[in-house]
Design a protein around this ligand. Structure first.
Ligand code: MN
Length: 494
């Protein structure tokens, strides 16, 4: 089956009304809805096309359009709005069938009430203020997971909200077709990287499976010198070669090509490996993995397939935004009073999409894994607001934890640190933030993203029907503890 390309996805705009007001009103509603979709598309703030589909007037029309939306692979979600009053018992049967992401866009065609012209005809045509309330009730009554956006459709902040939700909905479609390639198992004895892969596939759609490391080793051997030469030229253009050990760099190029071959052949968008299982390989992939991350693949170290999948999904959701998204690990703290920071890095595999400056290719020995010194990209992360995201398996359900952070240019030069690094202040402050993260059970591995906002991630979690915990400037450990306790009860009842 052909998979849908990103630019083929669209969202369907469905507008509610009824026959009560006569054909002229219905014609006006339809014309305005088409105009609104056209203008919002032309405005350039929506990352996907919004396509006006229908002015819904009967239960049959609604059921029919929902079935069509469910069936169409290119439909990533529906956006509904009640231009006039639309009795919502008409919507029950259709909404009960809906299995695509659902956004209720409570807006109004005109921005202002026209003082002189307003009469009862105007009131009947422009009654979203109560039409959207009638619609909101039925979605609430049906306990439907949905996004509600209220505001004027031409406003930038409103369109940005709709755009962020579209990205989350696209992330859901991407998630449902994602395949993760595992080389080797999880690192021995590590708990948080484990999880129920069947539950993950049921909830999130991921197909997480294993391939032999030996098969990758054969693929690595099969790469030609010509392929490596071409890639070395690309490395030379994009990075500063800060090593004489070209053989080590060439070996990483060989690994990059081989892993990409296997990912492409099997249709996988993410992969994992572990330094405990590198049979037949000369180096732990470092530069190779960083390069694949830069191309949009997800990756998790030490067999962490959950973070690998989340990295791929968040990269897909935020494509084109430009801030960067990386596989990350909280490594060590700087606990100077009033100047506290977390230093994030990994053994090798931080994505250069978050780099402040042109990355350097360096070769250094790796203390663990017992292999040859691997080439890797070394750089500092750029400053800016970002968040770190972790997905953990609570036993019976998945919990996504998102923490707001402020990344800074590292306060120390650290000339002897041979890996890419990002330094940040966790919210509400480093120590309280760490306390809250640990209370929530967040992993040491995260996805660090400058592009996905907490609202976008919350939208994604809601669509996927998993728990979402957000640690931010206003979080206190006491309230978080209560929230986690109550969530645990609620999720057991679900
Ligand atoms: Mn790790």
């Amino acid at each position: 089956m052909k998979t849908v390309k990103r630019n083929e996805y669209e969202f369907w705009f469905i507008v509610g009304s009824q026959f009560l007001y006569g054909p002229e009103v219905l014609e006006t509603v339809a014309a305005r809805a088409a105009e609104m979709a056209q203008k919002m598309n032309a405005g350039g703030r929506l990352p996907f096309r919004l396509v006006y589909k229908l002015t819904a007037k009967t239960p049959e029309e609604i059921s029919h359009i929902v079935k069509e939306a469910n069936y169409k692979d290119t439909c990533a979600g529906i956006v509904v709005w009640m231009h006039t009053f639309s009795p919502s018992k008409m919507w029950i049967n259709g909404l009960r069938e809906l299995n695509k992401p659902y956004c209720h866009f409570a807006t109004q065609y005109n921005r202002e009430i026209p003082n002189d012209e307003i009469d009862m005809d105007f009131m009947n045509l422009n009654q979203a203020a109560h039409g959207d309330r009638e619609h909101g009730f039925i979605a609430g009554r049906l306990r439907m997971a949905r996004k509600v956006i209220a505001g004027y459709w031409q406003d930038e902040d409103v369109q940005k909200k709709l755009g962020a939700w579209m990205r989350a909905a696209y992330g859901a479609a991407f998630s449902k077709t994602l395949k993760v390639m595992r080389f080797g198992d999880n690192m021995r004895n590590v708990a948080v990287t484990e999880g129920d892969k069947v539950e993950a596939q049921i909830k999130l759609g991921w197909q997480v499976n294993t391939w032999p490391v030996g098969e990758l080793a054969e693929e690595i051997r099969a790469v030609t010198e010509g392929e490596i030469d071409a890639l070395m030229a690309e490395y030379g253009e994009k990075y500063t070669l800060a090593t004489d050990d070209l053989a080590a760099v060439r070996y990483q190029a060989r690994e990059e090509i081989a892993i990409r071959h296997m990912l492409t052949r099997e249709g996988c968008g993410a992969f994992t490996n572990t330094f405990e299982d590198l049979c037949g390989m000369e180096q732990l992939p470092g530069l190779a993995t960083q390069r694949l991350l830069e191309q949009g693949y997800g990756y998790g170290g030490e067999g962490d397939w959950k973070v690998a999948a989340m990295t791929a999904i968040i990269k897909a959701m935020t494509a084109g935004m430009g801030g960067g998204t990386a596989f990350m690990e909280d490594y060590t703290y700087h606990l100077e009073k009033g100047n506290e920071y977390s230093l994030g890095a990994h053994m090798l595999e931080v994505c250069p999409s978050v780099a402040l400056e042109r990355p350097r290719i360096e070769v250094h020995p790796l203390g663990i894994g017992g292999k040859q010194p691997p080439a890797r990209l070394v750089f500092e992360g750029h400053p800016g607001s970002a968040c770190v995201v972790s997905l953990i398996d609570m036993g019976g359900r998945m919990r996504m934890i998102c923490q707001d952070i402020e990344a800074v240019k590292p306060v120390l030069p650290m000339p002897n640190l041979p890996v890419a690094r990002v330094m940040w202040r966790a919210m509400p402050d480093l120590c309280t933030g760490a306390q809250c993260w640990i209370l929530a059970g967040g992993a040491h591995h995260t996805v660090l993203t400058y592009d996905a906002t907490p609202e976008m991630l919350r939208d994604w979690a809601r669509i996927m029907e998993i728990e979402f915990v957000h640690i931010n400037q206003t979080t206190t450990p006491e309230r978080l503890e209560e929230e986690l306790f109550l969530a645990d009860l609620a999720w057991k009842l679900k």
